[in-house]
Design a protein around this ligand. Structure first.
Ligand code: AMP
Ligand code: MN
Ligand code: MN
Length: 322
């Protein structure tokens, strides 16, 4: 059993000297923004800290104040800090290096699925891991710098859909206000996160919108992006990220799914308007996430694995009044 809670995690980090930090594969502004803010805070305490990536840094997150924090530094490290991951497998090819560290601290806001680490603080009431990172930075006695505020504001803005989703709380807004006071310009961040389309990414969005299929009387919306479509738009895989929100936003849709076809492995994003627990559906397929935003990977030919997912989503729709 690992040591639990913010005090145990802060104490473990305070004892550390040389750290590797990591978030989940297909990283977002919450995972990487939280990791960056923690790395900067740990460095301000005189520690060596780097953020490692499973793959290239997404273009959309290049605006964060990385400095030389992103680095393929050979180990060994005495401590790993894993953020925004409810299980170690979500760190992808970094999992081995992270698990090799004598101290492994986990900071997360997902409902834990397969708890791991020597020290963990998981709080599903937090809108973003960034809220918890902020609390740890304070617990370490580090003042929040402008760079940390920017990274943490991006984390909050991304995971709350610009402070719109149901996870947004008074705490989220209070923290956002603190980050603005530290100099963050909200429209500058919003432009980077939400208004940085390329002609190629808009072409892909247009193709995705044209492919929305409705089931269950319009209560289930699905989009399948076949292999080759993303390439034919000249777009990147990550350019499809925002399309799922339009599907959920369709009036009457209660559950939405977006599938990116891969070579035998297909990445699925699920979203709910609130009444359907899409994390439960995702878990049934080996995935995970939050009740309103979850994901999973399907394996095998599309025609054999897609019907099962569709049936599970349909079964998860609440009954209609008689
Ligand atoms: P996404 O649709 O990729 O934005 O992910 C939505 C939520 O589901 C995030 O909290 C992810 O961390 C989580 N998630 C996505 N894919 C998976 C997966 N294959 N396994 C577990 N959780 C996932
Ligand atoms: Mn995330
Ligand atoms: Mn998150």
């Amino acid at each position: 059993m690992s040591e639990q809670g913010p005090a145990a995690c802060a104490a473990a980090l305070a004892r550390s000297q040389r750290l590797i930090l990591a978030a989940h594969v297909h990283p977002d502004a919450d995972g990487l923004g939280s990791a960056l803010a923690m790395a900067l805070a740990l460095r301000s305490l005189g520690k060596q800290a780097w953020v490692a990536l499973d793959a290239a840094l997404p273009e959309s997150l290049a605006f964060l104040p990385w400095g030389d924090v992103l680095h393929e530094v050979p180990g060994p490290y005495d401590t790993a800090l894993v953020l925004d991951c409810p299980e170690i497998s979500r760190t992808g090819r970094l999992a081995g290096a992270l698990q090799a560290c004598p101290t492994l601290v986990v900071l997360d806001h997902h409902p834990p699925t397969k708890p791991f680490g020597t020290h963990a603080w998981a709080d599903p009431s937090a809108a973003a891991t960034g809220e918890l990172a902020h609390a740890l930075i304070r617990a370490l006695g580090v003042p929040v710098s402008g760079a940390m505020a920017l990274a943490l504001y991006a984390a909050l803005a991304d995971d709350t859909g610009s402070f719109r989703y149901s996870n947004t709380s008074p705490r989220t807004h209070r923290l956002a206000a603190e980050f603005l006071e530290a100099g963050v310009k909200p429209y500058a961040v919003a432009q980077q996160l939400f208004e940085s389309y390329t002609p190629q990414s808009l072409r892909l969005l247009s193709a995705a919108l044209a492919r929305i299929q409705l089931f269950a009387g319009g209560r289930l919306g699905l989009v399948v992006l076949e292999r080759g479509l993303i390439a034919s738009c000249g777009a990147l895989d990550e350019d499809a990220d925002g399309a799922i929100n339009y599907v959920r936003g369709l009036k009457g849709v209660e559950a939405a799914g977006l599938l990116r076809e891969g070579e035998g492995q297909h990445r699925v994003s699920l979203r709910s308007r609130g009444r359907v627990d899409v994390a439960a559906v995702a878990r049934a397929f080996g995935g995970g996430g939050h009740a309103a935003a979850a994901g999973l990977t399907l394996n095998g030919p599309l025609e054999s694995c897609l019907p099962a997912l569709k049936a599970a989503l349909q079964a998860a729709l609440p009954g209609l009044p008689a």
